[in-house]
Design a protein around this ligand. Structure first.
Ligand code: ZN
Length: 413
């Protein structure tokens, strides 16, 4: 009798415990797996980041991607040793062009800059064929990673280099580009930016042609940086799912670069994915000291057109920046701030529609996730939340490859 009662009591305790877990979600069950366990799972899966601004760093005189660089002093977050250390197989290497004047001269200069940045990526591949592999189709990624090489997909951030000529998209496609975003910080001839005034009410007539041309060629359309209306119109016009290659959630921080819950659901309903960025200023309000802001403005004014300056001048700038960061430390977001966005999106739209696009070398990186050598920690945090290996594999690359396969299939029709 006694034994029976205590058994019943134990059972009741178990039931109330599991009810408690239901009520409070997985938080109660949360146990952080060991680094060893997290790394073991992380090494088994294919890991792709959909927004690596690293080609801009590769283009810097003197930079060697095959060597270990320090993020704090070299201002470089991705190189081969750190990709290996963190377990990052590769991703989308970006042809980024800063928005400039929309004049014939400005457009010509942007076209040349975009083509030259594509050349930088192709030269990186050609110099180290045993280290990197160019991925042109979704199925290429796993093959390249299985050979122990880093996966290099190419993408365009800001269609300014298309110079108002939609046919140039095919030129970039032939160079290997498989993803295209119309716009960056400033509204341009293709679309309204989320961080600038609306000129078109979303996509321009040219921007709508870009959607059709990307669909025809088999290129993923990227909404990141574009306005909310651009997302709505891309979802309506595109015959294939679309991506937000490096974005965040408005529900966590109401910033124009982030997507609201309704739009996240609409993106998922069309088969798309949001890839979570770790760009501090989009994760939470991050006021910087007036002293830091003034020092940064002064430094920028002292080195205009930095990218086209000599190696010695770039080195002088780098040293000045290191001194500035020491004198006026940056107010930075943390790994937990990043995870808040990632987990919100996963809980809202499911593990099939969320991925990783940190924005390395483009402003991404937070305290606790400073460079590519730390990316295994995302896997550890997802394991702690109770996500399975299958879920984590989708988040780390499976989802973007599924989108890419759908884009490829639609293009073939
Ligand atoms: Zn960006």
């Amino acid at each position: 009798m006694m034994r029976d009662r205590s058994f019943r009591q134990a059972k009741l305790t178990l039931i109330s415990l599991s009810l408690g877990m239901l009520a409070f979600g997985p938080a109660l069950a949360k146990t952080m797996p060991s680094e060893r366990a997290a790394r073991a799972l992380h090494e088994r899966i294919l890991t792709l980041d959909t927004h690596l601004d690293t080609p801009a760093v590769v283009a810097r005189p003197g930079f060697d991607i095959l060597k270990h660089n320090d993020w704090k002093t070299a201002f470089a977050q991705v190189d081969v040793p750190r990709m290996k250390a963190g377990g990052l197989d590769g991703g989308f290497w970006v042809i980024y062009t800063a928005q400039g004047p929309r004049t014939p001269e400005g457009l010509n200069a942007a076209r040349d800059a975009g083509l030259m940045r594509a050349v930088v990526i192709r030269e990186m591949l050609a110099r180290s064929p045993k280290v990197f592999g160019l991925a042109l189709k979704a199925d290429d990624a796993a093959k390249i990673a299985a050979e122990g090489k880093r996966v290099v997909f190419m993408s365009i951030e800001n269609s300014y280099p298309l110079a108002k000529d939609v046919s140039l998209l095919e030129t970039f496609y032939k160079l290997g580009v498989r993803m295209v975003g119309p716009v960056h910080f400033a509204t341009n001839d293709w679309a309204d930016s989320s961080t600038d005034k609306a000129e078109w009410g979303g996509l321009s007539p040219l921007g709508k042609q870009l959607v059709a041309e990307a669909n025809r060629l088999g290129m993923i359309l990227d909404q990141s940086h574009a306005s909310d209306q651009v997302l709505d119109q891309m979802l309506e016009l595109s015959s294939a799912p679309i991506i937000a290659s490096h974005s965040g959630c408005k529900a966590i921080y109401d910033h124009p670069r982030n997507l609201d819950d309704d739009r996240l659901k609409a993106l998922a309903a069309k088969g798309g994915v949001i890839q979570m960025n770790a760009f501090g200023a989009y994760l939470k309000p991050l006021p910087q000291s007036p002293e830091r802001r003034a020092a940064l403005a002064k430094l920028a004014a002292a080195y205009p057109n930095l990218a086209s300056r000599s190696q010695a001048e770039q080195e002088a700038f780098r040293q000045a920046r290191v001194r500035l960061d020491a004198a006026f430390p940056e107010n930075r977001a943390t790994f937990d701030d990043f995870m808040a966005h990632l987990l919100h999106a996963i809980r809202l739209i499911g593990v099939d529609h969320v991925g990783i696009g940190i924005d390395w070398d483009g402003g991404g990186g937070v305290v606790g996730l400073e460079d590519a050598s730390k990316v295994w920690k995302i896997t550890q945090a997802l394991m702690a939340e109770g996500y399975s290996e299958e879920d984590i594999a989708k988040i780390w690359g499976g989802n973007v490859l599924r989108v890419m396969r759908e884009v490829e299939a639609k293009a073939q029709k």
